[in-house]
Ligand binder design. Structure first.
Ligand SMILES: Nc1ncnc2c1ncn2[C@@H]1O[C@H](COP(=O)(O)OP(=O)(O)O)[C@@H](O)[C@H]1O
Ligand SMILES: [Mg+2]
Length: 255
C-alpha cells in the first residue's frame, strides 16, 4: 500500500504540491492526471524518495520514505520523467549495473535480467550504447530498469510520452499485464490512456486533488460521457491550462 498524508512541496513561496492525501492499494492502477505544471512529477518524486517533502509523509508498504528510505525504495520501481538512463553505457551494462545497485545476485539476478530483457524485447540492442537508441527503445530500457527487481509498487512518470502509437500500445499492454498484483501509479495527460489502463483516476491541478474516482464515474459527470470534457471543466483556470472556454480561446487568438 502507498499512504500519502498531507504531502506538500514549496519552492520558495511557490507551492507546487499543496496538502495532498490519498492511499493506493494492490490491484489499483492509478492514473495521475493533470495539466502541465499541476504537480504530478513533484508528487511522484516525493513518493519515491527522490525529493524531500516540505511537510507531510509518504509510506510505501509500511515504510516511511524519509525515515526508512532503503526499505521503502527496495519495494519501489520508478520511471522518472523523461526516462533518464546513463547514455554512455550499453543496455546490458546499464541493466547489470542496476541489478548490482539493487543487490540482485546469483540465479535471481540472471532470471530477473532475462525477464525484463524478454518482456521489453531488448535482446537486439543489448550491446548498443544507450544514447544511440531510438526514443522508444530508451523508454523501454527505463521501464526495464523500473521492473528489474520485480517491485510491489511501480511509479511511472509519463511512461508513453513521446512514443508512437505502436509503442504506446506496447507499453499499455505491459502495464495491463502487470496490474493484477501490483500497485501502479502512472502520470499522464493522455486521457485515452486512463481508459486503457487505469481503474482509478486522480485529477490534480495547482498542486491539489480535484477528483478521485473510477475513469467511468468521472466520464459520467459529463452529459456527453467524455473524460476530456470532465477534465477540462474540472481543471478550468488552473495553471498550465488555456483560457476557460473555446470562445475565450477564439478571442485570445484574435486579440
Ligand atoms: N526545482 C523547482 N524549482 C521551482 N519550481 C519547480 C521546481 N520543480 C518544479 N517546479 C514547479 O512546480 C510545478 C509543478 O511541477 P511538476 O510537478 O513538474 O508538474 P507536472 O509533472 O504536473 O507537469 C510547476 O509549476 C513547476 O514549474
Ligand atoms: Mg511531469
Amino acid at each position: 500500500m502507498i499512504e500519502i498524508s498531507h504531502l506538500t512541496k514549496r519552492y520558495g513561496d511557490f507551492t507546487a504540491v499543496n496538502d495532498i492525501s490519498f492511499e493506493v492499494r494492490p490491484g489499483e492502477v492509478l492514473g495521475f492526471l493533470g495539466p502541465n505544471g499541476a504537480g504530478k512529477s513533484t508528487t511522484m518524486k516525493m513518493i519515491t524518495g527522490f525529493l524531500a517533502p516540505t511537510s507531510g509523509t509518504v509510506r510505501v508498504c509500511g515504510h516511511d520514505v524519509q525515515a526508512e528510505p532503503l526499505a521503502a525504495k527496495a519495494r519501489l520501481g520508478y520511471l522518472p520523467e523523461g526516462a533518464p538512463c546513463y547514455a554512455e553505457m550499453t543496455v546490458r551494462g546499464f541493466l547489470e549495473f542496476i541489478a548490482d545497485v539493487r543487490g540482485l545476485r546469483g540465479e535471481r539476478r540472471r532470471s530477473r535480467l532475462d525477464d525484463v530483457i524478454g518482456r521489453l524485447a531488448l535482446e537486439g540492442v543489448l550491446e548498443q550504447v544507450i544514447e544511440t537508441l531510438s526514443k522508444g527503445f530508451k523508454r523501454r530500457v527505463g521501464l526495464a530498469m523500473a521492473l528489474l527487481d520485480d517491485p510491489d509498487v511501480l511509479i511511472l512518470d509519463e511512461p508513453t510520452d513521446g512514443l508512437d502509437p505502436n509503442q504506446k500500445h506496447q507499453v499499455r499492454t505491459l502495464i495491463n499485464a502487470m496490474a493484477r498484483d501490483k500497485i501502479i501509479v502512472i502520470s499522464t495527460h493522455i486521457l485515452e490512456e486512463v481508459d486503457a489502463v487505469c481503474n482509478r483516476a486522480i485529477i490534480i491541478a495547482d498542486g491539489r486533488i480535484l477528483a478521485d474516482d473510477t475513469p467511468q464515474a468521472l466520464a459520467a459527470r459529463s452529459p456527453s460521457g467524455r473524460l476530456d470534457e470532465v477534465f477540462r471543466s474540472i481543471t478550468q483556470g488552473a495553471r498550465g491550462t488555456p483560457p476557460a472556454t473555446d470562445a475565450a480561446l477564439e478571442a485570445a487568438a484574435h486579440a
